[in-house]
Design a protein around this ligand. Structure first.
Ligand code: FAD
Length: 302
């Protein structure tokens, strides 16, 4: 399809909206990288920016500090991730109240992975929230914050079937979640097939595709293995032989992500959530392709 054909197909389409996911930095250098990325991406006026909660709640303080800094130093709307693994309901409730008191009005609610990592058998903490749905209900008891939850087009690895997964999504939505963000995927048909099943189950909330620009193929493959996402052979083939060639890898990564998001747009998707890995370049370029432009700088008042 030519650019003009694509442009004319997009006339009358809903506005593209994006959100960006970051993780809390561990070191001062990582902190600088994160803030450079936030500053670069902020003018694209994302719908919200989310900050992850480390495995087992390990980044509780750092997540909170990052969210607070976003609130106090930027005009962005933060969404704080929260997991309920390895914590009592009381401990989790304290975090929910602290988010609320800090002005956070959007929480991404997750069960979380067991302390030993994804793949270990999950057991709820005695006295803790049992799963994502119970956590959503707990959040809604404390705050009227918007709640977003996870969705798995290729099934969560713990789940017996896609239907069991969709039952859990339904329970989370019935408990008050108003949006789901998917695990990343590389084949768009998987997303649309999943969406059909979600809608057939009577779930009406937006299910925003989570997009992982492949900045590092080996790392992405590792994530995929742990999360049950499939890595198609064509994707591996495109990165083949580029282990020592980061510049070409980056161009290929941009081309792959562009192909994926533009196909999603052609098929009616208007909201995207980017797993940024705290890096702005690729995500900025993809957003540009989606038609997003930085907000004009405010003139200084005379
Ligand atoms: P749930 O939605 O509660 O469950 C997922 C599936 O597993 C359901 O299908 C459910 O039926 C099944 N299931 C749940 N418990 C059991 C059980 N005991 N036995 C059998 N089946 C079960 N992790 C973090 O640590 N921090 C983050 O900030 C974070 N952010 C994320 C953001 C997004 C958008 C996504 C998609 C994932 C994120 N994760 C994060 C990963 C997530 O914590 C893991 O995938 C975790 O294993 C499941 O949490 P959940 O809320 O998705 O689980």
């Amino acid at each position: 399809m030519s650019d003009s054909e694509r442009a004319s197909r997009h006339v009358g389409r809903p506005r593209i909206r994006v959100s960006f996911e970051f993780f809390p930095p561990k070191t001062e250098e990582m902190e600088r990288t994160l803030w450079d990325s936030i500053e670069r991406l902020a003018p694209l006026r994302p719908n919200f920016v989310s900050v992850t909660y480390g495995a087992g709640g390990s980044t509780r303080e750092r997540t909170h500090a990052t969210v607070k800094r976003i609130l106090s130093q930027t005009a962005l709307t933060p969404a704080a991730h929260l997991t309920c693994v390895s914590a009592t309901c009381g401990e989790v409730d304290d975090v929910i109240r602290a988010y609320h008191d800090a002005g956070v009005r959007h929480i991404v609610a997750l069960r979380g992975d067991p302390a030993g990592g994804a793949g270990e058998k999950y057991a709820p903490h005695p006295g803790g929230y049992e799963n994502g749905a119970a956590l959503v209900a707990g959040i809604k008891r404390i705050t009227d914050a918007e709640v977003t939850v996870s969705a798995y087009p290729e099934k969560h690895p713990d789940s017996a079937s896609v239907d069991a997964d969709i039952d859990m999504l339904k329970a989370k939505v019935d408990a008050g979640a108003s949006r789901a963000i998917t695990q990343f995927f590389f084949e768009n048909d998987l997303y649309f097939r999943y969406l059909d099943r979600v809608r057939a189950r009577g779930i009406a909330v937006p299910v925003t595709p989570g997009i992982l620009p492949v900045q590092n193929f080996k790392q992405a493959k590792g994530f995929a293995e742990r999360t049950g996402a499939s890595v198609p052979d064509w994707l591996a083939a495109r990165f083949d032989g580029l282990d020592d060639d980061p510049a070409t890898r980056k161009l290929i990564a941009a081309a792959i992500a562009a192909e994926q998001v533009l196909d999603l747009v052609d098929r009616g998707v208007s909201d995207f959530h980017f797993y940024t890995m705290n890096r702005a370049d690729l995500v900025y370029a993809i957003c540009h392709l989606l038609g997003l432009r930085p907000a004009p700088k405010q003139e200084a008042a005379e």
